[in-house]
Design a binder for this molecule. Structure first.
Ligand SMILES: *Cc1c(COP(=O)(O)O)cnc(C)c1O
Length: 405
């Protein structure tokens, strides 16, 4: 009998959680690349459909490789149940649309991932669902917005790209009093650095595309919550609308999770060191990193996170031109809007990921034209510092030329 993975410590769960060996005794998780399943006889098919025997029916409803991934994610998160999806956005969309109906009300933090913002601001109102945005770091705004009956709260903490935090226990209490469930997009923190379900949230969503794969290969998403909510609310929606993940992608994610703790730990340690390093460089006007002394919500970060995460955001003096100059000087750090990869990636949010939200909303979120977001990967931190200097030196060179003129 294999050990109950719940009795194992977290690192062991990442490697052994959810494994169901076939009679062939394979070491690696088996990849069931199949759309359907066969029954022994017509009676077994009937019993499967009436629910009296457990048998896979169709990979839109379930697949053994996908089940292994879902069980491993449950163990990691401390959740009762999980469903995975083709992308992170499919996970967010399913969590919201399965729970909501016309006439409902949603309160969300303004600093959401662009497509999450679009679902709340544009898609939900089309179906008669009212949406209200608040500044996530301001409890008074949450209190005011949640004074009215509400069905769902959506938030991201830390936020992209300014790494602003939301006080999870406080907002969960306000939300529950208003009748809402709390859905947390936990991509930036990862399941290792923050466990929203333990802090009062009801549902956690992930883009597995980020740290869970962590190697820039596949898209994937996950929704985790109570057994009751997942089976009664989410499951019928997923089963009938079909945002299913490919078993192949689920298999890659299973292998990705095995090294999640090692990768997130190494990248977070490098990110913290790089944040401190950047703060001392000429030309850098500000650095944002949740565990730094100068982060305005440092105490909250210490209370609800066990590390600052893998993303560092900084601002260079001189706006867009300066930011572009610095980024174009990088030779190791690649320019990409993705994050959570083993390769370090830099983004200029104002002209890419946050271009569509407009200048006014960017100003409200503090995303100036000089802001650069760096997702720290697994390179040696000293090489990353050298590369950041390569970029920043370009700025210094221009300043010198300007001063000389
Ligand atoms: C990437 C991301 C998503 C969307 O995930 P996809 O896998 O790209 O669909 C949602 N929320 C956050 C915070 C993200 O970083």
């Amino acid at each position: 009998m294999p050990l109950d993975p719940k009795k194992l410590r977290p690192a062991s769960r990442l490697v052994h959680g959810g494994v169901q060996r076939t009679p062939y005794g394979e070491t690696a998780e088996a990849l069931f690349l199949t759309s359907g399943y066969v029954y022994d006889d017509a009676e077994q098919a009937e019993a499967t459909f009436t629910g009296t025997v457990e048998h896979y029916q169709y990979s839109r409803f379930g697949n053994p490789t996908i089940t292994m991934l879902e069980q491993r994610l449950c163990l990691l998160e401390g959740a009762e149940d999980c469903r995975t999806t083709a992308t992170g956005m499919a996970a967010v969309n399913a969590a919201l649309l399965s729970h909501l109906k016309a006439g409902d009300r949603v309160v969300a933090s303004r600093a959401l991932f662009g497509s999450c913002h679009w679902i709340v601001s544009t898609l939900l109102p089309k179906f008669g669902i009212e949406s209200v945005f608040v500044d996530g770091g301001d409890l008074d705004q949450w209190r005011e917005a949640l004074a009215k009956p509400t069905q769902l709260v959506l938030l991201e903490t830390p936020s992209n790209p300014m790494l602003e935090l939301v006080d999870l226990p406080a907002v969960a209490e306000l939300a529950h009093r208003a009748g809402a469930i709390v859905v947390v997009d936990n991509v930036f923190a990862t399941p290792l650095l923050q466990q929203p379900l333990q802090l009062g949230a009801d549902v956690v969503v992930y883009s597995c595309t980020k740290h869970i794969d962590g190697q820039g290969r596949v898209l994937g998403g996950a929704v985790l919550g109570s057994k009751k909510w997942i089976t009664e609310v989410l499951q019928p929606f997923i089963r009938n609308t079909g945002p299913a993940i490919s078993p192949f992608n689920a298999w890659l994610l299973l292998k990705g999770i095995e090294t999640l703790a090692l990768r997130v730990d190494a990248a977070s340690r490098a990110a913290a060191a790089i944040a401190d390093f950047l703060a001392e460089q000429p030309g850098v006007s500000r650095v944002w990193y949740p565990t730094r002394e100068d982060h305005p919500q440092r105490a909250l970060a210490a209370a609800q996170m066990t590390g600052g995460g893998t993303v560092v955001t900084f601002e260079v003096a001189g706006g867009k031109d300066a930011a572009f100059q610095v980024m174009n000087g990088f030779e190791l750090i690649a320019l990409s809007n993705n994050l959570g990869d083993s390769k370090s990636l830099a983004t200029h949010p104002a002209t890419t990921t946050h271009m569509r939200i407009g200048a006014e909303e960017r100003a409200r979120l503090g995303i100036t034209d000089g802001v650069i977001r760096v997702s720290i990967g697994l390179e040696d931190a000293e090489d990353l510092k050298d590369d950041l200097c390569r970029g920043l030196r370009r700025l210094a060179a221009t300043h010198t030329i300007l001063a000389a003129n």
